[in-house]
Design a protein around this ligand. Structure first.
Ligand code: NAD
Length: 296
């Protein structure tokens, strides 16, 4: 069983680290939150004194941090993970971050003889707890093969998306589709309602016609047609509008970097920014229908 350093024990990292402990790995963990560390120590992990300490004698290190600036600051520099770890250590960054930071950090890791992949996830806190996350992995074939057995302890679907950073590319592209499609479904259900068409009837027709998509059939933004969707529990997240806004902004950064037009992605980011400005970004992202209704 491997000695693993795990840094970032928040809503996602906490349960992911617990699944590695359950699988029999020896974990040394670090987080700025003492409470988060204590919970993992209770589950069987050892406490590290710093991020670098978690990496020092590890075979592999997993990081699950908020954003690109955290990843850069933890990995790079004299006190960073890359300086502390032994040559050949495998690094897996599962944070959702900008493509440029992901590629820069992986290049820096490879330059000093480490293996590193970006491996952002989808599946949310429920998926992290159940060990059923989807991992989108960018990096060398060798890095992917080395990371896979660990990722399989935390997730169910593990995809190699290609070169370094491509995990992040897959993630922002997927979530841009999701954000745009949720707005489209919300507009349509609101229009149908105002024109006198019952939501269930529209669902029955559209879910078997060409308007069908995941935002409608798994996460329908009106209460009723999909009992498990957040609309049935006052839009309690789920996947919050704040998280969607973060990912749409990452998609915008990425699209600017390669001058790829994303007019609807830009508009979707603006609409979710209005949710944020209204203080409603803690709602599930399907709560965008409330913004369109004028309810937030
Ligand atoms: P979180 O805020 O709950 O956890 C982040 C953790 O990182 C916190 O415990 C924080 O104390 C720690 N941290 C921050 N800076 C640190 C540092 N310098 N050293 C050590 N620890 C540090 O966030 P989360 O929900 O766990 O999300 C983590 C990542 O996963 C984010 O990039 C997010 O976009 C992505 N993600 C989240 C979800 C979700 O549903 N929550 C789903 C998919 C992807």
């Amino acid at each position: 069983m491997a000695a693993i350093g795990f840094i970032g024990l928040g809503n996602m990292g906490g349960p992911m680290a617990r699944n590695l402990v359950k699988a029999g790995h020896k974990l040394k963990v670090f987080d700025l939150s003492e409470v988060a560390v204590a919970a993992l120590v209770e589950a069987g992990a050892t406490k590290a004194e710093s991020a670098a300490d978690a990496a020092r004698d590890a075979d592999a290190v997993v990081t699950m941090l908020p954003a690109g600036e955290h990843v850069r600051s933890i990995y790079l520099g004299d006190a960073g993970l890359l300086a502390a770890a032994k040559k050949g250590t495998l690094f897996i960054d599962s944070s959702t971050i900008d493509v440029t930071s992901a590629r820069d950090v992986i290049m820096a890791a490879e330059a000093v003889g480490m293996m590193m992949v970006d491996a952002p996830v989808s599946g949310g806190v429920g998926g992290a707890e159940a060990g059923t996350l989807t991992f989108m992995v960018g990096g060398s074939a060798e890095g992917f093969e080395a990371a896979k057995p660990l990722l399989e302890k935390m997730g169910k679907n593990i995809f190699h998306a290609g070169q370094a950073g491509n995990g992040q590319v897959a993630k922002v592209c997927n979530n841009m589709i999701l954000g745009i499609s949720m707005i489209g479904v919300s507009e349509a259900f609101l229009l149908g309602e105002k024109l006198g068409l019952d939501a269930q009837t529209l669902f029955d027709i559209s879910s078997t016609a060409s308007g069908q998509c995941w935002s409608m059939t798994s996460y329908c933004p009106v209460p009723g047609p999909v009992p498990a969707s957040p609309a049935n529990r006052n839009y309690q997240a789920g996947f919050s509008a704040a998280m969607m806004l973060k990912d749409l902004r990452l998609a915008q950064d990425a699209s600017k970097s390669v001058k790829s037009p994303t007019p609807l992605g830009a508009q979707a980011a603006q609409l979710y920014a209005l949710m944020e400005a209204a203080g409603a970004d803690g709602l599930d992202f399907s709560g965008i229908i409330k913004l369109l209704r004028g309810d937030v």
